[in-house]
Design a protein around this ligand. Structure first.
Ligand SMILES: Cc1cc2nc3c(=O)[nH]c(=O)nc-3n(C[C@H](O)[C@H](O)[C@H](O)COP(=O)(O)O)c2cc1C
Length: 398
C-alpha cells in the first residue's frame, strides 16, 4: 500500500474515499494508488490528486466574452477531477487578447461563469478561475488599432490569435506606472468577480507568454524604473498582482501557475531565468497559498540555461525550495504521476491535453482504461463538436 512520505499535514487517509463516490464505486478501481488518494488543498478537500490543467478552448464566441451553457456542460463533464482549473480568463478589456476566450470583468461574464460553477458543483466537482492578462500577446485588432501593452516595447515574435485569424505579434507599448497600478487593481477586481461567480478559488496565470512573464524576463522587460532591471524589480509586478488578489480572496483559495520556461524569441531562457524563478518561488513561501502549479519543460531545452531542469528535475529542484502544495504538469500519465507523488516529489498532478478528449479522465486513470484520441481541428474551434461530445467509458458490465 502506498503511503505518503513525510509532509503528513498535506496528506490524508486512504480510507476516506467518500469523495470518489458515486462515480467510481461501480468500477473495479485500484484505490491503492497515490493519484486516487484525497488531499487537502488550502480550503478545499479534494477527493483525488488529479487536476484538470487550464485549457483555452475558444468557445466564448459572443460579444460579451462570456461563458455559456456549453461551457457549463463541458466543465461539468470533467467534475470527477480532484480540481478543475478553468481556462485563461482575461481580467480586463485591456488584458484581453485571444479571440473567443472569456473574461471576468463584467456582470455578463460573472453570470456566465455562474452557470459553469453551479454545473460543476452540482456534478460534485470543484473549480477555480485562472486570471490572465495577455499583454504583448494581444494585438491592435482587439483595440481599434491601438497597441497592446507590456513591460517594454519588445515584440514577442509569437503568433496572436485575433478575430480575423492568426497574425504575427507586434511591438507593444510600454505601460506607464499609472497603468501598472491600474492593472494590479484589475487583478483584484477579477478575483472578486470570480468569487461572486461561485468559483472555489483563483489561480494567477504567471508563466508562459503572458504579461507577468513579460515583466519577469530580462528579454522583454527593458524598464529602468522600479519594475525593471534587478530580479526584485522584474518580480515586483507579479507580487503586486498577487497581493491585489489577496485583498479580495483568502490565501488558502489562491494559487499560482509559475515556473521557468525556454520559449522561442525574446522569452528564451537566459542565465537570469532560473535565479528569477527561484527568487519568486522563495517569495511565495511568505504566503500560505493553496498551491503552486509548476510546469515541467515543454520545449527543447537542450543547450539552454535551464537544460538541467528537463524531465523530473524541474520538480526535484523546486520541491526543495517551495514549502506549499506542489502540482506537477506536462506529459503525465498514471505511472509517472503515481511515481512522482509516491516519491514525495509533488503532491498532485495536472493533466492538460488528456482532458480535452477524456471528460472522465479520472475514471480512466483509475481503471487503467485506454484514452480517447484528440481531434485537433476542433480543439480551437466553435460549437459543441470536439468540445462536449467525447464519449465517456461505457458503464461497467455493459
Ligand atoms: C489546447 C491547449 C490550451 C491551453 N490553454 C491554457 C490556458 O488557458 N492556461 C494555461 O495556463 N495553460 C494552458 N495550456 C497549457 C496546459 O495547461 C498545460 O500546461 C500543458 O498542456 C501541458 O500539460 P499536458 O502535457 O498534460 O498537456 C493549454 C494547452 C493546450 C494544449
Amino acid at each position: 500500500m502506498w503511503k505518503p512520505a513525510g509532509r503528513s499535514e498535506r496528506s490524508s487517509s486512504l480510507s476516506d474515499l467518500s469523495g470518489l463516490e458515486p462515480r467510481f464505486t461501480a468500477m473495479n478501481i485500484h484505490v491503492d494508488t497515490p493519484l486516487l488518494t484525497p488531499v487537502q488543498m488550502g480550503a478545499l478537500s479534494l477527493p483525488n490528486r488529479i487536476v484538470m490543467a487550464p485549457l483555452t478552448r475558444m468557445r466564448a464566441d459572443n460579444p460579451d466574452h462570456a461563458p455559456t451553457e456549453l461551457h457549463a456542460r463541458y466543465y461539468a463533464q470533467r467534475a470527477s477531477a480532484g480540481l478543475i482549473i478553468g481556462e485563461c480568463t482575461a481580467i480586463s478589456p485591456e488584458g484581453f487578447g485571444w479571440a473567443d476566450t472569456p473574461g471576468l470583468w463584467s456582470d455578463e461574464q460573472v453570470r456566465g461563469w455562474r452557470l459553469v460553477t453551479d454545473a460543476v458543483h452540482a456534478a460534485g466537482g470543484r473549480i477555480i478561475a485562472q486570471l490572465w492578462h495577455t499583454g504583448a500577446m494581444s494585438h491592435p485588432d482587439f483595440f481599434d488599432g491601438a497597441l497592446p501593452v507590456s513591460a517594454s516595447n519588445v515584440d514577442l515574435e509569437q503568433i496572436s490569435v485575433t478575430p480575423s485569424g492568426r497574425v504575427p505579434t507586434v511591438a507593444p507599448r510600454p505601460m506607464s506606472v499609472h497603468e501598472i497600478h491600474d492593472t494590479v487593481r484589475a487583478y483584484g477586481r477579477a478575483a472578486k468577480n470570480a468569487m461572486e461567480a461561485g468559483f472555489d478559488g483563483v489561480q494567477l496565470q504567471a508563466n508562459y507568454l503572458y504579461l507577468i512573464a513579460q515583466f519577469l524576463s530580462s528579454g522583454t522587460n527593458k524598464r529602468t524604473d522600479a519594475y525593471g532591471g534587478s530580479i526584485e524589480n522584474r518580480s515586483r509586478f507579479l507580487f503586486e498582482a498577487l497581493d491585489s488578489i489577496l485583498d479580495e480572496v483568502a490565501e488558502d483559495q489562491v494559487g499560482i501557475k509559475f515556473g521557468p520556461m525556454h520559449l522561442a524569441g525574446p522569452l528564451a531562457a537566459t542565465e537570469e531565468t532560473l535565479p528569477t524563478a527561484e527568487y519568486v518561488i522563495r517569495g511565495l513561501n511568505d504566503y500560505s497559498l493553496s498551491h503552486l502549479l509548476l510546469m515541467g519543460t515543454n520545449t527543447d531545452v537542450d543547450g539552454s540555461p535551464i537544460e538541467h531542469l528537463a524531465g523530473d528535475n524541474m520538480f526535484r529542484h523546486f520541491r526543495r525550495l517551495y514549502q506549499g502544495l506542489l502540482v506537477a504538469n506536462v506529459d503525465m500519465d498514471a505511472q509517472r504521476a503515481n511515481r512522482l507523488i509516491a516519491g514525495d516529489l509533488v503532491d498532485l498532478v495536472a493533466f492538460g491535453r488528456p482532458y480535452i478528449a477524456n471528460p472522465d479522465l479520472a475514471e480512466r486513470l483509475a481503471l487503467g482504461a485506454p484514452l480517447n484520441e484528440i481531434d485537433w481541428p476542433t480543439v480551437y474551434a466553435s460549437g459543441a463538436r470536439g468540445y462536449v461530445d467525447y464519449a465517456p467509458l461505457a458503464p461497467a458490465g455493459i
